[in-house]
Structure formats: C-alpha cells, structure tokens
Design a protein around this ligand. Structure first.
Ligand SMILES: NC(=O)c1ccc[n+]([C@@H]2O[C@H](COP(=O)([O-])OP(=O)(O)OC[C@H]3O[C@@H](n4cnc5c(N)ncnc54)[C@H](O)[C@@H]3O)[C@@H](O)[C@H]2O)c1
Ligand SMILES: [Zn+2]
Ligand SMILES: [Zn+2]
Length: 379
C-alpha cells in the first residue's frame, strides 16, 4: 500500500526535555509539502552537537524535539515542485542547505546558505510548521534534519542524492563529522604540499582533518590530544607526530613545542576540541607572517576567544569553518565517489554500532573516551 500523501507512523528517539535520555516513541510523520521530501532514514551517526543540545546548555535548544543531523536514507516521497531528488534515491540529509539562489550561495565565497536558516533555527520547516506529532503534541525538527526518526521530512535544498552503491552506514558520516574535518583541510585551509599542520583534538572531526592533510600531501601532520589512546588512531590515518600537552616538561608550552617542531610555527592549525584556550594555542602556534588557524570546534555558550592583537598584526590569521566549507548538493556526491574509490576512509572511524532502541548507549559511548563515532541502525 502506498504511503504517498499520507502520514507514516514509525519509531523515533524523542528528546522530551533537556538533560533526559531520549525516549523511543511511535511518532506520526506528516507527508512532505511543496519543496519538501520525506526520507526513510537507514543509518544515523551521533555527533557532539546532538549531545550538546540534549544536555540543555545550548541556549538555542528547544524541546520536545527529534535530534540527529548525520543521516543517510532513501527518499520515500516528494512534495510538489521537487526536482533535485525522486523516490528511491539514496540521499544524505544536509544541515547546511544549498539553494543556489540566495546571496550566500551566489557569492562563491561560502558554503553557508540563507534560504532555510531562520526556520531551521526555530526547529520548523520553511513554512513555519512541523511534520512530527507524538502523543498529541507537535515535535520540533533539528538542524533541518531530525535523523533520529525512521522517517523524516526535510526541505529539498537540504538533501542530496548520492551513488546508491555506497553503504549508508558509512555515508551517514558524510552528513557531518567526516566532511567537517576533511573539508576544513582541503576546502577552507586548502593545505598545500609540504605544509606543516597541527590538529588539536583527535575525534572524528580531527582525524578527518588528518585525512584531508594527507590527501593534500602536507609535510608534518602533528596531532595534539590529551588522551594517549588517540595516538594510535592519529597514526592510523596518517599523522606524522603525536603530542600530549599534559606530558610536556613544565617549562615547555604546547605552543613552544609546536614552534620548535616546525621551525617557527605551523602553516595551518585546526581546533577540533571546542575549548577556547586550545583555540588560542592553535592560533599562537601558527607561523609568523602567514600561518592560519581554523576554528572548527563549537565552544560552550557564552565562551569567547582571545589573543594579543599583535599575533594578527604579525600575519597570523584566524578563520572558522562550518561543514568543512562543503556545498552539500554540489560537492557531497564527489565525496561519496572518493569513498567508493578508497581515497578516503570512513569505515575505520566507526567504533560503535547500535540499534535505534539502544540509541542512548551511543551518547554514553561518546563520553567514554574510546569512541570515534557511533552509528545507529534505524531500520
Ligand atoms: N564547525 C562545524 O561545522 C562542526 C561540525 C561538527 C562538529 N563540530 C565540533 O567539532 C568538535 C570536535 O568534534 P568531535 O566529534 O571530533 O569530538 P570528540 O570529542 O570526539 O573529539 C575531541 C577530542 O579533543 C580532545 N581534547 C579535549 N580537550 C583537549 C585539549 N585541551 N587539548 C587537546 N585535545 C583535547 C579529546 O581528547 C578528543 O579526542 C566539537 O566541538 C564539535 O562540536 C563542529
Ligand atoms: Zn555534527
Ligand atoms: Zn542559498
């Protein structure tokens, strides 16, 4: 029996309120309206941003909500006017939309898109309403994706069709973690052959920066992490050096150490921790005259970064990167091809796997210290 044009009742992990575990519920997923699509989610990753919002410290977090923004699945049906995807397409949901029409999309300078930004931030579809119901209540959408539901509705500008031969349990990570790090190195920084780079924080994002640096044939690829368990991970993906700042002699700072290792400072550094003190160190470990530090980590609400202005006067640059600078609809299909051809490694980053009923375990894994990424089977 066709589900087109009708509500679908399925399971989803609902965040009823901040600080509580997710609860598996039967939800109603309304059919897609004009310029919307309904996706059957097959796999979703669990990212720190989901945990951050669930914890309640995110000032913009609103409840009840269906979290999740790192998902892959198959289009079930499309609303009026949708031309970029069709039922049966294998897709990745995009929390950074690409409309190709707005000022941002047309600028050629950024991957940010303004088309659905306002309503996405409110947890609503572009027409200002929600497609989720549960126990008589309306549930909010999250980051324009809500992949912790077996079916979800997203805007057509927030989805991209990719090669269906790629395993969706892997491609889901291209919806956030992998792409964010890999693109920060290859698109935002545009690391060049021989450049010395330092990556602070060897989680999924940091290790993906390492892969981007390897792709672009960087010189030294120095991973900095306070967890020694990350050393083997760093080398596995191509780091040349590993430094634990907690193990340096008392009179040597991590900035001193990196400057010494790179004969004056790094060409590029990347913060993949979200810690503002680390962001400062990452900037100051850059080479005078040209070194650039890229902020990727999301700091806690109210945090600010600081450094002496002289650091910038003398030619260091401070930049940021969202979703690795990737334009999702234009560039993700190519990244999936890179995965299929073996140019990038995603599988090795999946350390934990769960079924939807055990999705809360994925959040516990993340806080355990030996988890790179947990992937949840939504089927
Ligand atoms: N900009 C974006 O578009 C974007 C997208 C996704 C995630 N993020 C952010 O990127 C960051 C990294 O995400 P992740 O999933 O890889 O996280 P993760 O927790 O898996 O990895 C963080 C790593 O940093 C290390 N670390 C913590 N404090 C440190 C310190 N003082 N010095 C050195 N290392 C330290 C930890 O040991 C860990 O290995 C998070 O802040 C996340 O919110 C940003
Ligand atoms: Zn994320
Ligand atoms: Zn746009």
């Amino acid at each position: 029996m066709s589900t087109v044009g009708k509500s679908i009742f399925c399971k989803a992990a609902v965040a009823w309120e901040a600080g509580k575990e997710l609860s598996i519920e039967e939800v109603e997923v309304l059919p897609p309206r004009a310029h919307e699509v309904r996706i059957k989610i097959h796999y979703t990753g669990v990212c720190h941003t989901d945990a951050y919002t669930l914890s309640g410290v995110d000032p913009e977090g609103a409840f009840p909500v269906i979290l999740g923004h790192e998902g892959a699945g198959i289009i079930e049906s499309v609303g009026e006017g949708v031309t970029n995807v069709k039922p049966g397409d294998h897709v990745i949901a995009l929390y950074t939309a690409e409309c190709r029409k707005c000022k941002f999309c047309k600028s050629g300078k950024t991957n940010l898109c303004g088309s659905v930004r306002a309503t996405q931030g409110l947890g609503l579809m572009p027409d200002g309403t929600s497609r989720f119901r549960c126990k008589g209540k309306e549930l909010l959408h999250f980051m324009g994706c809500s992949t912790f539901s077996q079916y979800t509705v997203v805007a057509d500008v927030s989805v991209v069709a990719v090669n269906p031969t790629a395993g969706m349990d892997k491609t889901c990570l291209l919806g956030c973690g992998f792409t964010t790090g890999y693109g920060a190195a290859t698109i935002t920084a545009k690391v060049e052959a021989g450049d010395n780079v330092a990556i602070f924080g060897a989680g999924c994002v940091g290790l993906s920066v390492v892969q981007g640096a390897v792709t672009n044939k960087a010189g030294k690829i120095i991973v900095v992490d306070i967890n020694n368990k990350k050393k083997d991970w760093a080398f596995k993906f191509g780091a040349t050096d590993f430094v634990n700042p907690l193990e340096l002699p008392k009179d040597v700072t991590i900035v001193d150490k990196l400057i010494e290792m790179t004969d004056g400072g790094c060409d590029y550094t990347f913060d993949c921790t979200g810690n503002v003190k680390v962001m400062r160190n990452a900037l100051e470990a850059c080479h005078k005259g040209w070194g650039t530090s890229i902020v990727i980590g999301v700091a806690a609400a109210g945090e600010e970064i600081s450094t002496r202005p002289f650091q910038l006067v003398t030619g260091r640059n401070w930049r940021g990167s969202a979703f690795g600078g990737f334009k999702g609809r234009t560039q993700l299909p190519g990244l999936v091809e890179d995965y299929i051809s073996g140019k990038i490694q995603i599988e090795d980053m999946i350390t934990h796997r769960h079924q939807l009923d055990q999705i809360n375990d994925a959040f516990h894994d993340m806080h355990g210290g030996d988890c790179i990424r947990a992937v949840v089977d939504m089927k």
